[in-house]
Design a protein around this ligand. Structure first.
Ligand code: G3P
Length: 217
């Protein structure tokens, strides 16, 4: 399973990248806003830091304008994945941009049918948004499972990029189902290391060690 980091914060990406936890990065207009950075500048910095795909999202809503923006974003670096929304125009842009040899991440996917269309339009990645489906009282994980089944049924090569991940359980479930990639905020990835029994066990070991009066160094 590949780990993408869902942020445009350079320091957070660098920290996880140094640990080998970063196979790619995803950004979107909201994350660019949060970073307070210029999209072209910050995306270039991320691409310099990370070897894997770095998703940068278009903001036009008509296909021709999306394609023009996508071409400009793709010039930033070889590892750019152009992100387009799952609209009919976004699918047109996906077809053209992927046909030109660009990686394309089709985002804002909320149904299996949308995921089928993205695969047929040549998407490199499909981004189903788990957390936002949970928000409306449905189970986002069901969508990941449906897309996995359908893509496997027909040998679609589009990678399932589980997005809008809010909890560590979303990551475990995505791994269990067989999502190709998860993209999560740095805090959620770091939370995967936490377990209360680890903390409790360590406290006991350290207390017992203190009683031995020994030192290793
Ligand atoms: O990867 C998509 C992500 O940035 C959206 O997450 O938490 O805003 O639904 P969220």
């Amino acid at each position: 399973m590949k780990f993408f980091v869902d942020t445009a914060e350079i320091d957070a990406i660098a920290e996880l990248n140094d640990l080998g936890m970063v196979d790619g990065v995803t950004t979107n207009p909201s994350l660019i806003l949060k970073s307070g950075r210029d999209i072209l500048e910050v995306t270039r910095e991320i691409c310099d830091l990370v070897d894997g795909p770095v998703s940068a999202e278009v903001v036009a809503t008509e296909a021709e304008a999306m394609i023009a923006e996508g071409r400009k974003l793709a010039q930033i670096a070889d590892n750019i994945a152009v992100k387009v929304p799952l609209t009919w125009d976004g699918l047109k842009a996906c077809k053209v941009l992927s046909g030109e040899g660009n990686m394309v991440n089709v985002t804002l996917c909320f149904s299996a049918n949308q995921a089928i269309l993205a695969a047929k339009a040549g998407a490199t990645f499909i981004s189903p948004f788990i957390g936002r489906l949970d928000d409306i009282n449905t189970d986002g994980m069901d969508l990941i499972a449906d897309i996995r089944t359908i893509y496997d049924n027909y040998g679609f090569e589009t990678q399932i990029l589980a997005a809008s991940i809010r909890t560590v359980n979303h990551i475990t479930e995505s791994a269990r189902i067989g999502a190709d990639v998860i993209t999560a905020p740095p805090a959620v990835i770091k939370a995967m290391a936490s377990h209360p029994l680890t903390d409790k066990g360590l406290a006991t070991f350290l207390a017992d060690w203190e009683k031995t009066g020994q030192k290793i160094l």
